[in-house]
Design a protein around this ligand. Structure first.
Ligand code: NAD
Length: 423
């Protein structure tokens, strides 16, 4: 079973089918050959690996993992590795395809890649996790490399795991090779600003979108689903910009205060283990968070949370998709008809891969930037990408998601044409 839940029999939530539909949708606006669309609808290379890991009790378990490389016309593949018990090949393929379009929309010289291992890492000891991470990376080593495919963290993987994987690859090649993976610890070639990049990139775009809508940030109301790495930092940055964070949720529940939550208190409750300890009077039914009358709604947790079942009731003016795939295609259609400005995931959360790109560039140069330099370059990239998507949406009379796909598909098509793959 995929980690994408199934909600109804008529609303397809297979991520591979969703991304193929999105490509077809954008293709309607593009005069490019059918052969180019057919190439883009499938990954170029998919590797399935099985590898043994010695467990602490002396037994050996065999794990299954995948690496999908969607398209490398513009540059090497790039994308995270997730460890999750419900990882499927279709999901990894779809995620690698979204990575191509995410890199394309912000203009990075990468194609898309994604990896996954079918495992619940929470059941492993630290030693087992290290052996599994190293064994998986050794198994996919023939197809990754600084000029081939550069992985990064994703669900349930982190900078320590990236450090082990970089070390494994460096040992295999007998040379320190930090450019093989991003999201590493700072001391072995990580970039300053990487931890905050995804949320920061999204916030830079929200500033632009609010300005376009003629709305002030001061006092603008915000609801955020998910209070993890991405959601929590977005809350902090938006609050510092004068917005009022009225609702947040995590897997334990949701909090709501129309007067604005005290973010410091929410963070203290979260760090102590339960955000609901903030106060009983502020509890909210978690699903209701998505339906609050706010200026900005930020889904920052799970896939497929805005569906045909609740999209009609979404009242936010702007939905900024910090999570990957939070809106189903049917819900997307409903939101657009209602006039909600949906900032699509491949644009809204591209700040993470953008600073991953900066990390790789710094690794190749062996020269490192300050956090201010990284944030400034991130700002330039995100604002330019948003402006380009807005302009393309106006030119083609589409929503921002279709416009983002149009830009990416056009770029990849031009590269495939320049290389002689298609006419
Ligand atoms: P995370 O694991 O740090 O945080 C996820 C948060 O979601 C946690 O607070 C968790 O409690 C909460 N959550 C889980 N189930 C929930 C539910 N039913 N209702 C409300 N909240 C729930 O993960 P993250 O890195 O913050 O990633 C969040 C989303 O952003 C994912 O979709 C991820 O793919 C996307 N994203 C993250 C990055 C990044 O750099 N961190 C980059 C691109 C995209």
């Amino acid at each position: 079973m995929s980690i994408f839940p199934i909600r109804s029999s008529f609303e397809t939530l297979n991520p591979y089918e969703i991304v193929q539909k999105q490509i077809e949708q954008a293709a309607l606006h593009l005069g490019i050959p059918r052969s180019a669309i057919e190439i883009l609808k499938r990954p170029k290379r998919v590797l399935t690996v099985h590898f043994p890991v010695k467990m602490d009790d002396g037994t050996v378990r065999v794990f299954e993992g995948y690496r999908s490389q969607h398209n490398d016309a513009i540059g090497p593949a790039k994308g995270g590795i997730r460890f999750h018990p419900n990882v499927t090949l279709d999901e990894v393929k779809a995620l690698s395809m979204w990575m191509t379009f995410k890199c394309g929309v912000v203009g990075l010289p990468y194609g898309g890649g994604k990896g996954g291992v079918v495992v619940d890492p929470r059941e492993l000891s630290e030693g087992e996790l290290e052996r599994l991470s190293r064994a998986y990376f050794e198994a996919i080593a023939p197809i990754v490399g600084p000029d081939k495919d550069i992985p990064a963290p994703d669900v349930y993987t982190n900078s320590q795991i990236m450090g082990w994987m970089m070390d494994t690859y460096s040992r295999l090649h007998g040379a320190f090779t930090p450019g093989v993976i991003t999201g590493k610890p700072l001391i072995i070639g990580g970039s300053l600003g990487r931890n905050t990049a995804t949320a920061r990139g999204c916030v830079y775009i929200i500033f632009e979108a609010m300005n376009d809508c003629g709305k002030s940030l001061k006092g603008a109301t915000v609801a955020i689903q998910g209070f993890g790495n991405a959601g929590r930092i977005a809350a902090d940055l938006l609050s510092s910009a004068g917005c009022k964070i009225v609702a947040v949720s995590d897997s334990q529940g949701a909090l709501y205060d129309p007067a604005g939550l005290d973010l410091k208190k929410v963070e203290e409750a979260k760090d102590a283990g339960n955000i609901l300890a903030y106060g009983d009077a502020f509890r909210l039914e978690p699903e209701k968070l998505l339906e609050l009358d706010v200026d900005i709604l930020i889904p920052a947790a799970l896939e497929n949370v805005i569906t045909s079942a609740n999209a009609e009731r979404v009242k936010a003016g702007i939905v900024a998709e910090l999570a990957n795939g939070p809106t189903t295609p049917e819900a997307d259609r409903i939101l657009n008809e209602k006039g909600v400005l949906v900032i699509p995931d491949i644009l809204a959360n591209a700040g993470g891969v953008t600073v991953s790109y900066f990390e790789w560039v710094q690794n190749l140069m062996h020269y490192y930037w300050t956090e201010e330099e990284v944030n400034q370059k991130l700002n330039q990239t995100m604002v330019a990408a948003y402006r380009n998507v807005r302009r393309t949406a106006q030119e083609h009379g589409t929503d921002l998601r279709t416009a983002a796909f149009i830009i990416s598909i056009q770029r990849v098509y031009q590269a495939m044409k320049a290389r002689g793959w298609v006419s």
